[in-house]
Design a protein around this ligand. Structure first.
Ligand code: URA
Length: 450
């Protein structure tokens, strides 16, 4: 078998056999098939797609590239959540301790920043000392003790995804339904999740721009998940505008910390419009996802009950304690983390102010995400290091009325050049209108396995 024949077969629209896919992934992981051939193949898959059998074979091949976490003996339910990627999309950092506080165990294997979207691992590593390269033994121990553990793929677990993810990031091959499906589900199967809530994003700042495309991705994920024996609920959620008020690595951790503050849940209702000022949209999505995790874990009969349980737990402060405990368990220093809140920012700072009076009608998540890459939040090349303290704070969101000169965004960049490069894009991301923009739903649809 030769890699070039597999590339040309896919380029010409052919169906690949399980053996061909396994050969390519094995050769890539073992270093025998070079990056450039795999990049060409990924581009062929991007244009030609894969059918359900090929997607399942790719997921299995990636899973077989390494070992699986052995979670035997750890009492479940083992329920995780994963997102297809967005801007300011930080729900995992709130959901893992929240799920653990309610009796679930969340074995979370996450990714890094991909394209213009942020990565859970990069966010966590902005906490000094925090280690995301846990050994299987450490992952097990932390999961058993804290109720959740957060790790990345290692050379032992799904190494194929680590390599392919980095290659896709810099070769324009991220937005592919089979490649996203295999990437997510190989990690989720390897980490040992029994059930999974997937946040499939659509809109300007998502990899799938339209709801219909996102729905196709959702169906690919639920079908491939069923073949792997993972129970899945998908929520299709909007990513037109960044989620919450922070975009950046430490900035997003900081917003999550504020969302875990019991004082932010003083109200008596469970409407979902709760949490700290500026984070209502983030908490709306987080509570809906959390409710589905509880349903899959047998802790809630329906979503309203699940949301209520989540809010009650946030009010108790337990998820916040677990978050700090996890920082300690994964090598960080909780005291130092607390001392950095509100102050850990890149030194180069600028402000974006309203150019005119009116309503903010749109903040384009894609443009904000790309400005984030310039600032140092994400990567331009696979080897780039990200800047932990760079990013954007959104003081206003769409629907807000502003006067000329009002502060809309504060921006921090790793250096002056980075800051200057980002400012034009951020200005262009903002649109104004004379009248309030129509309120669009954050959650479009729920999709379950047949
Ligand atoms: N998240 C992943 O883990 N992989 C993708 O390809 C996209 C989002």
């Amino acid at each position: 078998m030769r890699a070039v024949d597999i590339i040309t077969a896919k380029r010409d629209g052919g169906e690949l056999s399980g053996e061909e896919i396994a050969f390519l992934i094995k050769g890539f992981t073992g270093g025998e098939i070079p990056d450039y051939q795999v990049a060409a193949w990924a581009m062929a898959v991007f244009f030609r797609g894969m059918n359900a059998a090929e997607t399942a074979a790719l997921t299995e091949a990636m899973l077989d590239s390494g070992g699986r976490m052995d979670l035997s003996g750890i009492p479940g339910p083992l329920v995780d959540k994963h997102s297809t990627g967005g801007v300011g999309d930080k729900t995992s950092l709130i959901l893992a301790p929240l799920a653990a506080s309610l009796g679930l165990r969340d074995p979370m294997m996450s990714g890094r920043a991909l394209g213009h979207t942020g990565g859970t691992l990069d966010k966590l590593e902005s906490i000094p000392g925090y280690r995301t390269g846990l050994s299987p033994q450490e992952f097990r121990e932390i999961l058993a003790r804290d109720g959740f553990a957060m790790t990345g793929q290692t050379k032992d677990t799904v190494p194929a995804d680590r390599l392919l993810y980095a290659l896709r990031d810099v070769t324009g091959t991220v937005e592919s339904i089979p490649l996203i499906t295999a990437s997510i589900l190989s990690k989720k199967k390897a980490e040992g999740a029994e059930a999974l809530v997937l946040d499939v994003k659509y809109g300007a700042g998502a990899f799938m721009k339209e709801g219909a495309e996102a729905e196709k991705l959702a169906r690919s994920l639920t079908n491939t998940g069923a073949a792997l024996g993972i129970r899945i609920i998908v929520l299709l959620t909007s990513m037109e505008e960044p989620l919450g008020r922070m975009v950046g690595n430490f900035l997003e951790v900081e917003e999550c910390w504020a969302c875990l503050d019991p004082a932010a849940y003083g109200g008596a209702d469970d409407s979902g419009a709760q949490g700290p000022a500026g984070s209502a949209d983030l908490m709306e999505v987080t509570l809906e996802l959390g409710a589905r995790m509880l349903m899959l874990g047998g802790k809630a009969a329906h979503s309203a009950q699940g949301r209520l349980l989540c809010v009650e737990s946030l009010r108790s402060g337990k998820p916040r304690e677990l978050f700090l405990q996890n920082i300690k368990s994964q090598g960080g220093d909780p005291e130092r983390f607390l001392a950095m809140l509100g102050t850990y920012r890149s030194p180069h700072r600028a402000e974006i102010r309203a150019e005119r009076e009116g309503y903010i009608s749109r903040i384009d998540a894609w443009k904000v995400g790309h400005a984030g890459i310039s600032l140092g939040v994400g990567r331009n090349r696979s080897g780039d290091t990200v800047s932990p303290a760079a990013g954007i704070e959104l003081h206003r969101k769409s629907g807000d009325r502003v006067k000329a000169g009002d502060l809309i965004m504060t921006v921090w960049g790793k250096d002056k050049t980075a800051l200057d490069a980002a400012l034009g894009g951020l200005g262009a991301a903002l649109e104004y209108a004379e009248t309030p923009p129509p309120r669009t739903a954050r959650i479009l649809k729920e999709i379950r396995q047949d």
